[in-house]
Design a protein around this ligand. Structure first.
Ligand SMILES: NC(=O)c1ccc[n+]([C@@H]2O[C@H](COP(=O)([O-])OP(=O)(O)OC[C@H]3O[C@@H](n4cnc5c(N)ncnc54)[C@H](O)[C@@H]3O)[C@@H](O)[C@H]2O)c1
Length: 370
């Protein structure tokens, strides 16, 4: 199959759909890979690196779209890209279509077959193409907290791990899923005193075993959240209620009872945030203060580390992308996990929740593909 990778054009997006290493895997499987010149610049991958991997460099996105049967990207296509997609071309990328009627209209009009990373599933009921970004965000959240605690950035001047004879930071992680586990791992590794709060007792048991006593676990109640937040130097917000906005677990009225200049890192900001006082921020200006508490609420945290994020994303997308390249649309019909990723098929919406959110008709895949 002819597989094309345009350079990402969304503002501040530095990741790339295929790394040189992933391109090499497609080429080794017998596919032709076409990369827009400089597509890998954001991760330090040169056109030469892609040529060495066996890919062809094309000078414009237009050429990539025109000559490819499948387009592999990172972010949802932008208006300039919708118009270049065409009937039966496979698009494999993050889409986040539910809140985006304009993009949905653009994809439906193009007649393309769009598979959304965020709805591809795995055998354990997880979302394998979202998980790597949660891993990155979870680990990064502790670095973000460490910076915000430094005096030079306006923080209290506290070192997360302390030193012998001086107590470390107290870090509370609310939500012990993928983000929370990776945040706790980093925090415990630095020597912090870590507590994870979750509303799933099963998850708390798993975490207790995983961390072998290095991390405390608490069941999530109003009382436990209050007690832990009031005593914390850092609170990481990492809850997710699938399909819903994040619950507001820390209210503004609680801030005045917290340690002065404590840090709230709201990783769940992309779902509205789990602190009442959260509002989205950017890497350029990541923190602000409310009632003496420092807030970090960057909505695209993995964007800060595109090299790591691109590699992690490619590791996860590679088997699915190769299946699509090897078998074309049949891969979607054969593989229930790729099938879960199908959002748009030749002018029809094939993902129920997306169709419902957009108020548009839903066509089950069998009907759409008939
Ligand atoms: N800001 C970013 O750049 C970025 C990057 C990746 C992920 N995220 C977001 O981070 C959030 C967490 O993602 P994840 O992959 O870890 O999800 P996950 O489903 O793996 O984990 C969520 C956890 O929250 C727990 N939870 C739900 N309600 C709770 C409550 N009231 N109290 C305590 N725990 C509760 C669940 O039991 C679960 O263990 C999501 O909103 C995700 O979109 C943000």
């Amino acid at each position: 199959m002819k597989v094309g990778v345009p350079k990402e054009i969304k503002a501040h997006e530095y990741r790339v759909g295929l790394t040189p290493g992933a391109a090499r895997e497609y080429v080794a499987a017998g596919h032709r890979v076409m990369i827009e010149t400089n597509a890998g610049a954001g991760i330090g991958a040169t056109d030469g690196d892609y040529r060495n991997a066996g890919a062809t460099i094309l000078t414009s996105a237009a050429e990539v779209f025109a000559s490819s049967e499948m387009i592999v990207k990172v972010k949802e296509p932008q208006p300039a890209e919708w118009s270049q997609l065409r009937e039966d071309q496979i698009l494999f990328t993050y889409l986040h279509l539910a809140p985006d009627p304009e993009q949905a209209a653009g994809l439906l009009k193009s007649g393309c077959i769009a598979i959304a990373y965020e709805t591809v599933t795995d055998a354990h009921g997880g979302l394998p193409l979202l998980a790597p970004m949660s891993e990155v965000a979870g680990r990064l959240s502790i670095e973000a907290a460490g910076s915000a605690l430094k005096r030079s950035t306006g923080g209290r001047g506290l070192l997360i791990g302390g030193v012998p004879g001086v107590q470390p930071a107290r870090i509370v992680v609310i939500g012990g899923g993928v983000v929370g586990t990776h945040a706790a791992r980093m925090a415990a590794g630095l020597g912090a005193e870590v507590t994870i709060i979750d509303r799933s007792i099963i998850r708390l048991r798993e975490l207790d075993e995983l961390f072998e006593g290095r991390v405390r676990t608490r069941f999530s109640t109003i009382e436990s959240v209050e007690e832990e937040v009031f005593a914390a130097d850092v609170v990481i917000g990492a809850v997710l209620v699938p399909g819903a906005s994040a619950p507001k677990l820390v209210r503004r009225s609680m801030l005045s009872s917290m340690r002065k200049r404590a840090v709230l890192v709201d990783v769940a900001i992309d779902q509205g945030g789990c602190f009442e006082t959260s509002r989205p921020t950017t890497h350029a200006d990541p923190t602000y203060e409310v009632d003496g508490i420092i807030h970090y609420c960057v909505a695209n945290m993995p964007g800060a580390v595109p090299l790591t994020s691109s590699q992690a994303l490619n590791n996860a997308t590679l088997p699915f992308g190769l299946a699509l390249a090897n078998k074309g649309f049949s891969a979607v019909l054969e593989n229930p996990h790729l099938r879960a990723g199908l959002n748009v098929h030749r002018g029809r919406l094939t993902y129920k929740a997306v169709a419902e959110s957009l108020g548009l008709p839903f066509s089950p895949i069998e009907q759409a593909a008939a």
